[in-house]
Design a protein around this ligand. Structure first.
Ligand SMILES: Cc1cc2nc3c(=O)[nH]c(=O)nc-3n(C[C@H](O)[C@H](O)[C@H](O)COP(=O)(O)OP(=O)(O)OC[C@H]3O[C@@H](n4cnc5c(N)ncnc54)[C@H](O)[C@@H]3O)c2cc1C
Length: 276
């Protein structure tokens, strides 16, 4: 039988995490419970669902701070996120069905760090920062671009918890986009998904952040595309982006899709970001 503790606040949760680094933090449980019957039961469960101090979303000085415990429903319904962080709101609307969106959290998506985690390319394209905390060392922030260290591996230490995601509001004139391609339009796991933040001066691209998911062991930004498009018109940038994707990524091959299909979709998806 596993131990089970539901801390009252973050302070208590961090103390328990330090004391029991081998216990499993549980938020909505929508990732963890899927395979629960086929795995050895964890020694203990640290239940973070609805923990005080982990769920709030607030905007301060041009940055949206999203508590790790915020659900996808809360993310998509937040007024500022819906209006200003449209790729994140769009990804939130496409994560599973309503039941999953009401229970699954952003911290859980980032904690699992699956290559098909839909929010992850968005966090890369929007240049997010992740805030973690431990009882011993307090809070620290990590650029999301440095967070994923391998297949389902992250920079979270054994005594830390994810506290929040900080997402800067895009500057006026930045176009942000999100696109997910799966087996069908709704309720599917991504074959390829991506997000973009593109800055234009008239029709000319001045900078771009382009991220893809489900093509590698972790979500990736594609520096070759970002370099190839600067100074080009949108039409030229779309073709340069297509060529750069083809030259630089070697998508994974698995039960959901072949590498060749993923490559073709990734090329089209990224090219279309520049024509949207
Ligand atoms: C039917 C179904 C459909 C789904 N569809 C999609 C989809 O379309 N797109 C998609 O991206 N995902 C999908 N998922 C996966 C899942 O719903 C999401 O990844 C969700 O965001 C996970 O959040 P959670 O709160 O349920 O995480 P949990 O299952 O509670 O936890 C996930 C991991 O994160 C860790 N964790 C959670 N919170 C913290 C914290 N604060 N600090 C440290 N570690 C933490 C846990 O220990 C665990 O390792 C689907 C799942 C199901 C069952």
């Amino acid at each position: 039988m596993s131990e089970y503790v539901r801390p009252r606040d973050l302070h208590e949760a961090l103390a328990l995490r330090a004391e029991h680094p081998d216990w499993m933090p549980l938020a909505g449980g929508t990732d963890l419970m899927v395979t629960a019957n086929h795995k050895v039961a964890p020694i203990g469960i640290l239940d973070l669902w609805r923990l005080d101090g982990l769920g709030s979303i607030h905007v301060e000085q041009g940055v949206v701070a999203i508590g790790a415990g915020a659900t996808w429903l809360e993310v998509q319904r937040h007024e500022v996120i819906a209006q200003e962080l449209t790729p994140l709101a769009a990804a939130a609307r496409e994560i599973g069905a309503l039941q999953i969106q009401a229970r699954g959290t952003i911290g859980g998506n980032v904690g699992t760090s699956s290559p098909v985690g839909d929010s992850l390319p968005v966090l890369l394209a929007l240049d997010a920062t992740i805030e973690v905390a431990s009882a011993a060392r307090g809070r620290r922030r990590v650029a999301y671009s440095a967070w994923c260290t391998g297949y389902r591996q992250t920079g979270l230490a054994a005594d830390e918890l994810i506290v929040a995601l900080h997402v800067p509001l895009p500057s006026r004139g930045t176009r942000t986009m999100w696109r997910k391609v799966g087996t069908r339009r709704a309720q599917s796991i991504s074959k390829v998904m991506g997000a973009a933040a593109i800055v234009l001066d008239g029709d000319v691209v001045t900078s771009a952040r382009i991220a893809l998911g489900a093509v590698a062991d972790r979500p990736i930004r594609i520096a070759a595309v970002e370099a190839a498009v600067v100074g080009k018109s949108r039409a030229q940038a779309a073709e340069a982006a297509r060529a750069a994707v083809r030259a630089t990524i070697k998508p994974i091959d698995d039960v959901r899709s072949t590498s060749a299909y993923r490559l073709a979709v990734a090329e089209n998806l990224v090219a279309r970001f520049f024509m949207a």
